[in-house]
Write a protein of this length. Structure first.
Length: 634
């Protein structure tokens, strides 16, 4: 088989193996963890690509991050697929496939090897630790930023070979795009220096006594000062990205303070996480979407983790001349994990599978090249090693296929996490949300109480317990639950909204208005609070204030048919039927089968003396009401 056919065969196998491992994700739904914030309930993203969305993407710190290209990629998906999750999932898979092929090309250009590069790419493509990055729609930033990172590495390899200004500029441009997708790739300048050591071997080399270079490399060697100087633009971009990221996370209140988790515990968790990532790379079991951070890290656990890390580090250093790939692979793993290892703690997770998307490539490189060197002793060993590699890739692909199934829904995701982790308060909360949406209120409340027992300072489970009581027709008990939230966070917008609803059920409109106003004071664009405040004013016959609030609500959320309907009713009650007609029509554009809107439009036509139009709308309303009645029958 010639080289071209071999290349095509490798690319085909990589695509087939990766596609087989992840194909189940097209059956997965959106999950409540960030997917609503990133896609489903984000009006900027749902509106698709337009001038306003682009402007918002580059100026927003939504989700405590600044990653405009990620926002725009989600907006493109919404333009193509709308709210169909399969399309969003398949875009993630497509990007992961591209990354798998790019990794093969990057390593092939840098090392000249073919089969070793193919094995590293195959391991990357099918490894179960990558399921979270691919199957979770909100983690588009992982696969997107990595695509740009690998493109940057490919350009850099070409620059190192030819010293081309265009390739250098391309590498810098792709790095910038990667940072605009996710800032975790800020370690790229360090990685470039590491690759200069091996496999590029660009450091100026001494000559052996015969006068020939001690090591052969197709890349021109330069001195260390030059290598450092050419990384300065990359370092400047990394520094700028770090500053913007810290600002975004502080604004989003995502950084955990030292009085909540001490520096000693952070350091302990960091070394244990490093060791756990290392272990899960070679034995990927008990994977979960969330690993709760322990209040205190076991001293014994930390000592064992440090011992493992030190032992591997010493081995890599001792063999750096004979087996330089060990040092490069190990430092790739350690260095690229630094931004997510938890010294600056963001969120309440101890670790996350998604953080390994790029770092474990270093371990794959070290293990693959070491296996190749060890198998060169005999043909039998090479055959056994080859068979073993094929078996490992197949086993990982099957495991990944199973892991993808857990991302089918919130329920399967939470149940899996509860089965393989301890004291997972967050998984209980996710399962409670699922049960509450399924109207299984008692089971949901039990999950929320279990979550609170593990982490009493949470507010979300308390809000949800109050909402359950509200839906069960117990507004006074719900108010007591919301007061418990206010003792922890008086500015909680959801608690203020639902507490206002509870007061409304009791007929205490003044207390309801105070709650809605508190919510709006915290978030002036909280459309649900604006809507409910407007409806409350309407119940008091205060139509000017009602119209003001509802106008603000539809300005914030122009896709809200209910607010347009309420605004039309308010305007009609204020004796302005002509304006009311326009609001009812806007509501019908969004919800054309809503019988009450047709009925209200008929009343507006009647008030304008347009009896024929009123008769038509009443007939439509009667037909829709009859159809709804038939459909509601079991």
């Amino acid at each position: 088989m010639n080289k071209r056919k071999t290349l095509y065969a490798i690319l085909f196998v990589l695509i087939v193996c990766t596609g087989f491992a992840y194909w189940k994700i097209d059956k997965c739904d959106f999950v409540s963890i960030d997917d609503h914030q990133y896609v489903l309930k984000n009006p900027h993203v749902m509106s698709g690509i337009n001038r306003q969305t682009v402007l918002w993407a580059f100026t927003s710190f939504e989700a405590a991050n600044w990653h405009p290209l990620t926002w725009l990629s989600h907006a493109v998906d919404c333009s193509l697929y709308g709210k169909r999750p399969a399309g969003h999932h398949l875009t993630n898979l497509l990007l992961h496939l591209i990354n798998t092929l790019l990794l093969f090309f990057v390593l092939r250009v840098m090392t000249g090897s073919v089969w070793r590069c193919a094995l590293v790419a195959a391991l990357f493509g099918v490894h179960p630790l990558h399921v979270e990055s691919v199957a979770w729609i909100s983690e588009r930033k992982d696969v997107l930023s990595t695509m740009f990172m690998f493109l940057s590495l490919l350009c850099y390899a070409r620059y190192a070979a030819r010293r081309s200004a265009g390739s250098y500029a391309g590498s810098l441009a792709f790095f910038c795009c990667g940072l605009l997708s996710k800032p975790m790739i800020v370690t790229l300048p360090f990685l470039l220096l590491l690759l200069d050591f091996w496999p590029l071997r660009r450091l100026a080399r001494r000559r052996d006594p015969s006068g020939s270079p001690a090591t052969a490399s197709p890349f021109a060697s330069v001195n260390l000062k030059f290598l450092l100087a050419e990384k300065i633009p990359f370092i400047a971009l990394s520094a700028a990205s770090c500053v913007v990221t810290v600002i975004a996370q502080r604004i989003g209140d995502a950084i955990v303070k030292t009085n909540e988790l001490s520096l000693a515990d952070r350091l302990g968790n960091a070394v244990v996480s490093y060791a756990t990532y290392f272990q899960k790379t070679f034995w990927p079991s008990h994977l979960a979407f969330f690993y709760p951070i322990p209040r205190h890290v076991s001293l014994l656990q930390a000592i064992v983790a440090i011992a493992v890390l030190v032992a591997v580090s010493l081995l890599a250093v001792m063999l750096w001349r004979k087996r330089p790939y060990l040092l490069t692979g190990w430092l790739w793993f350690l260095g690229t994990l630094v931004p997510a290892i938890g010294i600056v703690q963001v969120g309440s997770q101890a670790m996350a599978d998604r953080y390994t998307y790029v770092p474990i490539v270093g371990l794959f490189i070290a293990a693959t090249w070491l296996l190749y060197d060890m198998s060169r002793c005999s043909r039998l060993v090479r055959i056994i090693a080859t068979a073993g590699c094929i078996a490992v890739v197949c086993a990982l692909a099957l495991r990944t296929r199973v892991e993808c199934g857990y991302w089918k829904s919130d329920n399967t995701l939470a149940n899996r996490a509860l089965a393989v982790t301890k004291d997972n308060f967050f998984a209980y909360g996710i399962k409670g949300n699922y049960l509450m949406d399924s109207l299984r209120y008692d089971e949901a409340a039990d999950c929320f109480r279990r979550s609170l027992a593990l982490r009493p300072t949470q507010t979300s489970p308390r809000v949800n317990i109050g909402l359950i009581l509200l839906r069960q027709g117990k507004p006074r008990d719900a108010i007591d639950a919301f007061n418990g939230v206010f003792s922890l966070d008086s500015n909680n917008t959801l608690a203020n909204l639902d507490c206002g609803n509870a007061y409304g059920m009791l007929g205490d409109t003044q207390s309801a208005i105070r709650c809605y106003r508190r919510a709006i004071a915290v978030d002036p664009k909280f459309s649900a609070a604006l809507h409910n405040l407007g409806v409350t004013y309407a119940s008091m016959h205060d139509y000017p204030d009602c119209r003001r609030c509802l106008r603000d609500a539809v300005a914030v959320n122009p896709e809200d048919a209910e607010s347009f309907l309420a605004l039309g009713k308010c305007t009609l009650l204020g004796n302005e039927p002509v304006e009311a007609i326009s609001w009812f029509r806007k509501s019908l554009l969004l919800a054309p089968r809503h019988s009450d809107t047709h009925r209200q439009l008929a009343a507006a036509f009647e008030a304008c003396g347009r009896k024929d139009s009123a008769r038509i709308e009443n007939a439509v309303a009667d037909s829709l009401a009859l159809l709804d009645k038939k459909n509601s029958k079991p």
